[in-house]
Design a binder for this molecule. Sequence first.
Ligand code: HGY
Ligand code: MN
Ligand code: MN
Length: 427
Amino acid sequence: MIPRLDATPDQIASAARRVMARCDELARVTSTPGRIERVYLSPEHARVNRLAAEWMREVGMTTRQDAAGNQVGRLGPPDAPALLLGSHLDTVPDAGRYDGIAGVLMALEVVRLLRAPGPDGTWLSPFPFALEVVAFSDEEGTRFGKALLGSSAVAGSWSDEWWSLTDAEGTTVREAFLDFGLDPGRIDEAARRPSDLVGYLEAHIEQGPELDRRGESLAVVSSIASARRFQLLVEGEARHAGGTPYDMRRDALLGASEAALAVETICRAEHHIIGTVGQLEAFPGAVNIVPGEARFSLDLRGEFDGERDRVWNAIARELDAIMGRRGLRWSAREVHSAPAVFCAPLLQEVIGAGIASTAPVAPPVTLFSPAGHDGMAIGAITDVGMLFLRNPDGISHHPDEAVSTDDVGLGIRALAEAVLHLAAEPT
Ligand code: HGY
Ligand code: MN
Ligand code: MN
């Protein structure tokens, strides 16, 4: 017999209101007044870690900041394997206030609802496993370009190449670690062994329009898109904007622009393949000089790694053709790569059961996630499950990103019920 969550509607509503209020509080911790921006190993990262630690202790957890700057709370026997709950607290530039943040705070409310009273006012995990909440520190990769740095350290897949990555000011990851008070030499201490873990469950806003279009609040996630990110360089020849006839021009910006349109054309013809050029810059960047150089980014995702790579090869062939026609040269540097992660069937099942406990729609919606998540790294060491919350209009990575208090309440209940279903599993 699977125990049902013992929580009144008022308790759920109060938990949801607390999540929303704390999302607002964390939104005020930003490097850029008037916008939300919080990047890895920044003073803002340190401040939200302190707030998260305070809220973890408030529900009875012991807390630690790990060797990669992730904030971790734990409830339960010191030597038991842990079920990880959580998401990330870092943001993109000019971000919304729920991407990642809501998932960390909802995880804390689930712990508050599920914890069991221990001796002397302490709180315990009522399960044969411990409950941990992880606030990952760099899911977006905003500062150094490589995403999932925090969760990669937890997965034990940190690469020494990353120490020399630099931010816009030229600060390396190594220097940023030292500035933040972390010891690069101890990064391996952040790694968790598969035997330490029962699994990883993450609640996250959908960051797309599917649930809104279907009029549903929650969804099970089937898999998380694989990702590759590139920085591309196009080289032509800077020349006088007035005196240079078109037939003599090797305009790098036009080559890059044609390339960006080709990415859209090629990806639109595919299924579950998404390519985006989010950055484009011309050099030397004067109004009266034909751009001799252009740099642009490519964010390429796919449901399957092989499909994604096939499309990258098609894009590369088209870039050869475009630049050949224009007398330009191009090159690409890959700055991030992460495999697709398929959510574990058992975790999909318990999340589906959790959703069904909130509204007996049959069967719960299941969605592929074209958005990336920390589960892409954590999937290397344990099973991953994700719960999506409706994100009205699907707008995200934008200040208008939204989620309703009611849907947060349904998500908290669904996540808590999912944990109860998992705990009832014989294995
Ligand atoms: O880019 C993504 O999909 C995620 O929000 N980092
Ligand atoms: Mn994001
Ligand atoms: Mn996110």
